[in-house]
Design a protein around this ligand. Sequence first.
Ligand code: HEM
Ligand SMILES: *[C@@H]1O[C@H](CO)[C@@H](O)[C@H](O)[C@H]1NC(C)=O
Ligand SMILES: *[C@@H]1O[C@H](CO)[C@@H](O)[C@H](O)[C@H]1NC(C)=O
Ligand SMILES: *[C@@H]1O[C@H](CO)[C@@H](O)[C@H](O)[C@H]1NC(C)=O
Ligand SMILES: *[C@@H]1O[C@H](CO)[C@@H](O)[C@H](O)[C@H]1NC(C)=O
Length: 324
Amino acid sequence: MGAGIRILVVMLAVAAAGSGVVAQLRRDYYASVCPDVETIVRDAVTKKVQETSVAVGATVRLFFHDCFVEGCDASVIVVSSGNNTAEKDHPNNLSLAGDGFDTVIKARAAVDAVPQCTNQVSCADILVMATRDVIALAGGPSYAVELGRLDGLSSTASSVDGKLPPPSFNLDQLTSLFAANNLSQTDMIALSAAHTVGFAHCGTFASRIQPSAVDPTMDAGYASQLQAACPAGVDPNIALELDPVTPRAFDNQYFVNLQKGMGLFTSDQVLYSDDRSRPTVDAWAANSSDFELAFVAAMTNLGRVGVKTDPSQGNIRRDCAMLI
Ligand code: HEM
Ligand SMILES: *[C@@H]1O[C@H](CO)[C@@H](O)[C@H](O)[C@H]1NC(C)=O
Ligand SMILES: *[C@@H]1O[C@H](CO)[C@@H](O)[C@H](O)[C@H]1NC(C)=O
Ligand SMILES: *[C@@H]1O[C@H](CO)[C@@H](O)[C@H](O)[C@H]1NC(C)=O
Ligand SMILES: *[C@@H]1O[C@H](CO)[C@@H](O)[C@H](O)[C@H]1NC(C)=O
């Protein structure tokens, strides 16, 4: 490489850093230390999903919560210890399903079982790869992931406050919370389609199906089905499918459901009720390839939120569930 070209490369790197691009994340980050990491993770995740398909939604939601609280740094995986209440034990009762954690722990164990790879791959990156893999296994798009995140050095319940969207949010509230994470309204609409898989507890939509006041934006037949399935309104032990039509397929049915008044949360249905986001819902309900392109772009942006790449900010945990 000539000197002139080398200077150009340096200038481009500086420009990229200045424009907020996370220059350190790269697709081939583990090429020399653990070249087969993506295959190892995919095999472990495939085994887990074959054991229980609940792992699909659980893993995808875990990734979202990880990135929105303290950045994508696996802080959500850490368990509480004697003197610390961790993120996952926030009193909101976020009910993150155990199979998401287990997917990451198993994938990391499979990676660590290869001597060259032991303690070389961060839990944050494992969660990114596992999320990509469960989505592909459920029939969604497969995509290349950026790697090189370090694991966070802390995980506290208090860090969760105000960082995650409640299901009652309207379009402006959703848009501004996602904007705080460098995500556009288009990214937010695309990412919301993760609700094409997985489960929700009755309490998260109970306010929309009160017999005396069913949310007028909800389809009446759907509301009756939900009322029948959640008789006590808020039974914490009952969880229903988020996408009642194709519950296990990662597809664009989510947007078709919204057109029919079959979004489960206020925050889902508002994407269709609000004139500003409805055209995007209609476009992605009609064209699944357009949805998939937008979803992959949005997942890539989500995976860049608050990442730690400087050794002063993070490490590669030996145990994903412990700050060691
Ligand atoms: C836009 C704002 C969002 C709100 C208000 C929201 C809210 C919720 C709520 C209340 C639940 C049910 C939790 C339960 O009762 O157990 C849920 C489940 C879920 N969410 Fe979201 N969410 C949002 C965005 C996202 C995003 C961006 C993703 C991922 C990219 C995501 C992925 C999931 C998945 C996969 C589930 C099912 C979890 C499982 O089956 O264990 N959500 N969400
Ligand atoms: C958003 O991007 C800016 C630079 O454009 C960066 O300084 C900031 O840390 C990013 N925020 C998050 C939450 O990633
Ligand atoms: C919490 O306890 C661990 C040992 O169990 C100790 O290393 C750590 O310093 C303690 N942290 C605080 C904040 O007290
Ligand atoms: C929290 O969620 C778990 C799992 O769904 C449930 O068993 C428990 O009763 C809930 N606790 C509260 C206080 O709602
Ligand atoms: C979906 O959109 C793409 C362009 O992004 C176009 O090539 C394709 O024909 C569209 N498919 C349908 C079914 O309209």
